[in-house]
Design a protein around this ligand. Structure first.
Ligand SMILES: [Zn+2]
Length: 439
């Protein structure tokens, strides 16, 4: 990094790169915008978003990262994370160092809790779980599922989530990150997809990039514990860019990271946090479960979710299984059909890769614990769950063919991930009886 400037809530980093990394970093300027003034924040924290943005790229190529100043605890924690990731992805270099001209062990006051919030089910559940500690919610924009080049969707999304967070008595901090304007995920996926077994963002970078983005505001707000919601439990054993093994090693100043609610499955979060919050109230939760933002229809119809992809359909079914009307969680329910979903599953056309299939089994386990008379009657859910509790879901588990398995051995997980995307598209077509979304 050549230098950086802080003005109000704006941070601008200027950098230059060696040729070896320039292929993956498409800009030399990186901007972050916060809704708090940062002039009084220690520069050794202000620089963290820059380092966390480019660090995995530097590791992949064995490049050094040089910065004028940085917190000593952060450097040490990054080193521990590097060791874990090196064991996950041995085909990447993982050489290279973080070099700071000045390092400091800055402490600062850190009595509050912070929490990353994205509008998704996991982060919403974590926020509800820790309401008593009045956490500081931080929302990072400029990610693959909340890209800044869809300003109309983002405006609609913020119009829904900011008042919800306000009703909980919390003040939402919005962080506008330029990280994906600098880091070229497409080229990283092309060149290193096989080495990380899938996609760069998911497999290696998202935990570090999201958490690091929060460092300046965490310092300004005196956050000692920063929570990032788990999207999986320990039953999920694949390497992933956000899990307790890496997230909880990350620290700076007086701030440490907690990978939150790793003890609860997605359905358990609905059953034990979302449903009880909504029960007996007229409150609603603006859930954004869907990863797609590209549909114009969603802006026009003010839909937070496409309501047709596998993840949307699964979330709707999970909410119903928890006795929650999906309309109370921002779903319009204009596309969902329990009957066509049942047909799709039963006729065997819908096959899901293990990592996604496990989440349907999680819903089924919750359904099996309930008495049939407890099943909700809305949206034809009762006959669907009566059928689902006795259904053998293993028919819908995608098992790679021998040819795919041979390929998989030489190219770990990548072919399965690609296949899973195809399957999910197929699922969308079959489960929704609706024309393919215009994107
Ligand atoms: Zn969707």
């Amino acid at each position: 990094m050549e230098n950086f400037h802080v003005k109000g809530g704006e941070i601008v980093f200027e950098a230059s790169f060696d040729e070896s990394v320039a292929r993956y970093l498409r800009a030399t300027t990186l901007r972050f915008s916060y809704d708090v003034a940062l002039e009084s924040v220690d520069p050794c924290f202000v620089v963290i978003p820059f380092v966390s943005t480019i660090l995995t790229v530097a590791w992949a190529l064995g490049a050094d990262v040089e910065v004028p100043v940085l917190d000593k605890t952060f450097i040490e924690s990054a080193e521990s994370i590097r060791k874990v990731m090196k064991s996950w992805y041995p085909r990447l270099s993982f050489r290279g160092e973080i070099r700071a001209h000045t390092t400091r062990s800055a402490a600062g006051t850190a009595g509050r809790e912070g929490i990353l919030y994205s509008g998704g089910l996991d982060s919403t559940a974590s926020m509800l779980r820790h309401l008593d500690s009045r956490p500081v919610p931080m929302l990072v924009l400029g990610t693959p599922d909340l890209p800044t080049n869809h300003p109309e969707f983002l405006a609609m999304f913020l119009e829904r989530v900011a008042p919800f967070v306000g009703q909980l008595g919390l003040k939402l901090h919005v962080i506008r990150s330029g990280m994906l304007e600098m880091v070229d995920l497409e080229t990283l996926n092309e060149d290193f997809g096989k080495a990380v077994g899938g996609y760069w963002w998911e497999s290696i970078s998202h935990g570090l990039m999201l958490l690091g983005s929060c460092a300046p505001v965490a310092a300004a707000e005196g956050v000692g514990i920063l929570r990032i919601a788990a999207s999986r439990t320990e039953a999920f054993e694949e390497p992933w860019g956000s899990n307790p093994q890496v997230d909880e090693k990350l620290a700076w100043g007086g701030t440490r990271v907690v990978h939150d609610s790793y003890d609860l499955s997605r359905q358990q979060k609905i059953d034990s946090l979302i449903a009880p919050f909504l029960r007996g109230t007229k409150e609603t939760i603006p859930l954004r479960a869907c990863g797609s933002t590209k549909s114009k229809e969603r802006v026009v119809r003010k839909m937070l979710n496409c309501e047709r992809c596998e993840k949307c359909v699964r979330t709707i079914v999970g909410l119903l299984a928890g006795g929650v009307d999906p309309k109370a969680c921002g779903f319009g329910m204009g596309y969902f059909s329990a009957e066509s979903l049942r047909r799709g599953l039963e006729e065997g056309g819908l096959r899901l890769p293990k990592s996604v299939w496990d989440l349907w089994v999680d819903i089924q386990a919750s359904v099996r614990k309930q008495r049939p008379e407890e099943f909700p009657s809305m949206y034809d859910a009762r006959p669907f769950f009566e059928w689902m509790r006795g259904y053998d879901l293993s028919r819908n588990l995608y098992k790679p063919s021998l040819a795919t398995r041979v390929l998989k051995d030489s190219v770990p997980r990548f072919s399965e991930r690609q296949r899973s995307l195809e399957l999910i598209r197929e699922f969308r077509r079959m489960s929704a009886q609706a024309p393919a979304e215009q994107e």
